[in-house]
Design a binder for this molecule. Structure first.
Ligand code: FVH
Length: 273
């Protein structure tokens, strides 16, 4: 297997907010970019890109195909009819899918000679190309290595496993943790406002606290990866009592304790005290 270190031909299917950012970054890093979008006219401003008249023409233009459509159904709708032309090419699907959908796509296309890679973009369009933008990849590792230069132009390449569903699994885990955090912050902001405080002040206090807390992830990982082999930092009884007290404070202030109840269930296996 050879890693392509020079700019190469890349096709981008889908020119929504993210697809446009991907195409623009590939152009900026010197790649020969062909684009296709269902609705014409979305390539305006992507100077230097060749606009393909059809999905088939777009697929035929490059050995590397980067797909960023709305969802799995859109990917199937566009790619299933041209599967013969995909043979011998690398398909990097950056469309958000479930792990099952990613595995299914790989199972349908890999036997056709397609090097199938699933990706999860951990960034917003404005961050594409910056080092803090990472993209999780899973599936055909050789294909990721072969196209590392083009993929590396989009953000930090993180290969997470040969299971085609692995990128979607990590994507779900990371975004799930993020949404739980934002929900906690939103509710915390409302809580402090009941006593005359502000969410802005909470943000100031919470940011360094959470940064310090994330340092303990490796210890919590031991508890999840090998249950029963490691002494938890806090006993289940301590954690349950602490969460129950927080839930009482929430209720006292007129806020729902549901988020804390869910956290208690996940951490100590019981929904209520
Ligand atoms: N934008 C973001 O911040 C997130 C970051 C994390 C990853 N997501 C995922 O990326 C996929 C695309 O997201 P997007 O932001 O580009 O989405 P839109 O701007 O809404 O563009 C959608 C494109 O999909 C095309 N499309 C929709 N349905 C079909 C179809 N049946 N056949 C062909 N193309 C289709 C749509 O085309 P058009 O409406 O312009 O004709 C857009 O190109 C997504 O999975 C995010 O979860 C982005």
């Amino acid at each position: 297997m050879m890693t392509t270190t020079t700019p190469q031909a890349v096709t981008v299917l889908g020119l929504g907010a993210m697809g446009r950012a991907l195409a623009a970054r590939l152009l900026a890093t010197g790649h020969r970019v062909t684009v296709w979008n269902r609705t014409p006219g979305r390539a305006a401003g992507l100077d230097g890109a060749a606009v393909a008249p059809s999905v088939r023409a777009a697929v035929d233009s490059s050995p590397l195909l980067v797909v960023c459509l709305l969802d799995d159904a859109a990917v199937r709708e566009q790619l299933d009819p041209v599967v013969d032309d995909l043979a011998g090419r690398t398909l990097v699907n950056l469309t958000t899918t479930t792990p099952g959908q990613a595995r299914d796509l790989s199972a349908r296309y890999a036997p056709q000679g397609v090097a199938a890679v699933d990706g999860g973009i951990m960034a917003t369009p404005d961050l594409i190309g910056r080092p803090e933008a990472s993209v999780l990849y899973s599936g055909d590792e050789q294909a990721v290595e072969q196209h590392r230069t083009a993929l590396g132009a989009l953000g930090t390449v993180r290969f997470v496993g040969a299971d085609p569903g692995a990128a979607a699994l990590y994507d779900t885990a990371m975004l799930g943790a993020m949404y739980a955090m934002f929900a906690g912050f939103a509710q915390g902001g409302r809580l402090v406002r009941t006593g005359g405080g502000t969410a802005a002040h909470l943000a100031e206090l919470l940011t360094p606290f959470l940064q310090a807390m994330t340092a303990s992830f490796p210890v919590h990982a031991l508890e999840v990866d090998a249950p029963g082999t490691h002494m938890p930092e806090q006993s289940d009884e301590f954690t349950a009592a602490a969460i129950d007290l927080l839930a009482t404070s929430m209720t006292e202030a007129g806020e729902s304790p549901r988020l804390l109840t869910a956290a208690r269930e996940l951490l100590v296996g019981e929904a209520t005290g």
